[in-house]
Ligand binder design. Structure first.
Ligand SMILES: [Zn+2]
Length: 268
């Protein structure tokens, strides 16, 4: 069974989790930048975090035979201090140049505020200028549909962006079809308490098809499960899905999307 974990926040996880991922056969992971649960107060705080993502985590992962890639970006939760956000955007390109950074992310919207939209537009234009892959975070619950549409509008307004190079994550039943119809990739996030359960995720795959979609654990500092993808695999097997379809969702699709960045090496 080949699995790529395309969205996981390992800076918040223990070394035991790396061990568990490795034992489970998950040897390729990608880690987007995100909000640490508190607001960083200076650009140095971000710089240190981006160093951790691009230098420390790959070394920690390598001890367990895991290849670690990251995405650099400013999370929408960090967009409200607009002056600090502007300053952070000036250091992002240096990190995007690193050999193990696949693109800009996760960027997007959280509360659909004006500042969030402003920072999103600025980051999309950095991505357009540099032809970077984009990993998008969508808002939760009642803000999700509106936020997803706002994000797709901003992306559509930037003519240099090819939707096939953008993955819109944390999609749900009511957003998957629209995302795919507009030519973007979409991601489903498995969470024990909010977002998708494995059963819900498999329902979505059954109703919306197995193209243009990946499934991730998005495990972070909250209640989450770094091995959640395995549970969705089990659910698919229980329902009689073939190994080919399972491999498509958990390995081929993420590999196809991520391989659009020349820095990503196809595993195995
Ligand atoms: Zn995330």
């Amino acid at each position: 069974m080949k699995i790529i974990e395309p969205h996981i926040h390992m800076v918040s996880r223990t070394t035991d989790d790396y061990q568990a991922l490795s034992w489970a056969g998950i040897h390729t992971i990608t880690e987007p930048s995100f909000w640490p649960g508190f607001d960083r107060r200076s650009v140095e705080g971000f710089r240190d975090y981006f160093e951790q993502l691009t230098q420390a985590e790959p070394l920690r992962a390598a001890q367990f035979g895991i290849t670690h890639y990251s995405w650099i970006g400013l999370n929408p939760k960090e967009a409200e201090d607009i002056n600090l956000a502007r300053e952070v955007l000036t250091v992002i390109p240096d990190f995007l140049d690193r050999h193990n950074v696949l693109g800009i992310g996760e960027i997007g919207l959280n509360k659909n505020s004006k500042n969030e939209l402003n920072v999103l537009e600025m980051q999309i234009s950095i991505a357009a200028e540099r032809n970077e892959l984009i990993l998008v975070h969508t808002p939760h619950l009642e803000d999700k549909l509106k936020g997803t549409r706002l994000i797709m509008d901003v992306l559509a307004n930037e003519s240099r962006i090819n939707p096939w190079r953008v993955l819109i994550d944390h999609a749900e039943e009511h957003t998957v079809a629209e995302i795919k119809n507009q030519g973007f990739w979409c991601g489903l996030t498995l969470y024990p308490q909010s977002k998708c359960t494995p059963a819900r995720a498999v329902d979505i795959v059954e109703s919306c098809g197995s193209d243009q979609i990946w499934i991730n654990s998005s495990a972070d500092w909250g209640i989450s499960d770094p091995l959640a993808t395995l549970k969705a695999v089990e659910e698919m097997r229980k329902r009689g899905h073939t190994e080919q379809v399972i491999e498509k969702i958990f390995y081929k699709n993420p590999n196809t999307f991520l391989s659009q960045c020349a820095k990503f090496a196809t595993p195995f």
